[in-house]
Design a protein around this ligand. Sequence first.
Ligand code: ADP
Ligand code: ADP
Length: 222
Amino acid sequence: SQKISIRSVSKAYESTHALDEVSFSVSEGEFCCVVGPSGCGKTTLLRAIAGLDDPDSGSILVDGDPVTEPSLNRGMVFQEYALFPWRTVRGNIRFGLDRPACACADCEARVRELVDLVGLDGFEDAYPKELSGGMKQRVGIARALAVDPEILLMDEPFGSVDARTRDRLHAELLDIWAQTEQTVVFITHDIDEAVTLADRVVVMDADPGTVQSTISIDLERP
Ligand code: ADP
Ligand code: ADP
């Protein structure tokens, strides 16, 4: 069934058409990569799916309901980590919980589980500046997964890590995805990355900031 339905979505910033009548759907449990050159509107699209920005026209439906605001059932992972520098790994992950200040046994257990899931055991009390890029992004992923969102939205999450770390994070992410059965929308400018990860690739094409087309390719993962 269709989890996310994007229907003729347009958005302009001053003179720039960031999105022009973009339409496509993502099925429940699908790993969808949106690929296209820098400036083609990928971040604008993802933020609209997240409910962080409103499109000028068109609609985005999740489970048939229009997205009007951010929701706990959509977790977001950002390229530049967006971690709180003054919070530890545990504090950052805890921030993804519905009740970030709560230290009850259930919340503590959930944080432990997430630390395990992303392989950061032993680093619970470290601050972001003490971590490598790959480790920081594991924190970002754990925080996004904290409330077990139905949809995971990822904005070039591995754009700032080296190639070897990126390969490892791809494998880890696919493992996590296999366990959680989430619907994923992952944006990247790297077609190789998109093909490595996705069930479906949506290709956006920029003509100074304007989306010209979206093409969906169905892939078989080995
Ligand atoms: P991508 O993620 O594919 O690089 P973006 O969605 O970030 O593309 O940007 C699409 C276009 O909109 C670009 O031309 C960009 O310069 C422009 N843009 C993005 N955000 C803003 C903004 N807040 N104000 C003005 N222009 C913006
Ligand atoms: P990643 O692949 O997560 O970016 P690196 O390749 O930089 O990690 O490092 C590999 C391992 O080295 C990490 O999983 C971690 O155990 C350890 N490590 C990396 N950076 C640090 C650090 N700043 N402090 C302590 N241990 C670290």
